[in-house]
Design a protein. Structure first.
Length: 248
């Protein structure tokens, strides 16, 4: 347990030292938040109603989908994981630790967004603030599960980025962040129903702002939980310590 805590502390601190991780975890989501807050209300005044949950989910996606897979790929291809294996570090720790570290960073960024949104842009304050934390954790669980799975199955950094973008870009366009689910064309809604961001936005609106449900809450809970659980299980089953084939 002491080794796990020490490894977790090192993993978390490295997030503040690596320029790429700092950019994806802090600078990019906060910069995008400030830009959207300055521009989008002038183009679409209704955006302010969804600004806080949309920017929280965006921060989670950048921290997980864009931030987690690449270190997993590099750790495997550069032989780092072999060193962990020799020293008895379990594979599950290498899967869970980046996720726990991203939770810490996500909570910090989310706090900044929730404080600055009403102060800088006049976004409505959530009616219920307490459900925000478990909903954030559920969203992180789902997105981080997909991120770990991508990191495990990808053979290179380029392929991991492609797989991440396949989820990230549709989530931005049709996942409820920019356009409400109710406003999407009927032909697009089945695709949007597959995205974690759609269900996360739905739950935020229901429990944080007490608005009418676009999707039954139990469906959104089931999808987010199912995606996360299935992705973590598959990631553990398919996990490889290195890219070299076993030999004599």
């Amino acid at each position: 347990m002491k080794a796990f805590i020490l490894h977790f502390a090192i993993e978390t601190k490295s997030g503040f030292r690596k320029k790429q991780q700092m950019f994806l975890t802090y600078f990019f989501p906060l910069g995008f938040f400030l830009m959207m807050g300055a521009v989008m209300p002038q183009l679409n005044p209704l955006f302010l109603d969804d600004m806080i949950p949309a920017m929280l989910i965006f921060a989670i996606m950048t921290s997980t989908l864009l931030g987690i897979p690449d270190p997993l790929v590099n750790g495997r291809t550069n032989g780092i994981f072999r060193g962990y294996r020799v020293n008895g570090v379990p594979a599950m720790s290498l899967i869970i630790l980046p996720v726990l570290s991203s939770v810490i960073h996500t909570l910090l960024v989310s706090t900044v967004i929730m404080i600055l949104s009403p102060l800088l842009f006049g976004a409505p304050i959530p009616v219920n603030i307490l459900p925000a934390i478990p909903l954030l954790m559920l969203t992180v669980f789902s997105c981080a599960g997909l991120s770990v799975f991508i990191g495990v199955i990808s053979t290179s950094s380029k392929s991991s980025m492609i797989w991440s973008q396949i989820i990230f870009i549709p989530s931005m366009l049709i996942g409820g962040l920019m356009i409400p689910f109710q406003s999407l064309p009927e032909s697009v809604k089945p695709v949007a129903m597959l995205l974690p961001s759609t269900h996360s936005m739905n739950l935020f609106k229901i429990f944080i702002y007490e608005t009418e449900a676009a999707i039954p809450p139990f469906v959104s809970f089931a999808v987010l939980s199912g995606i996360g659980a299935a992705a973590f299980i598959l990631a553990r089953i398919l996990f490889k310590w290195d890219n070299k084939k076993a030999g004599r």
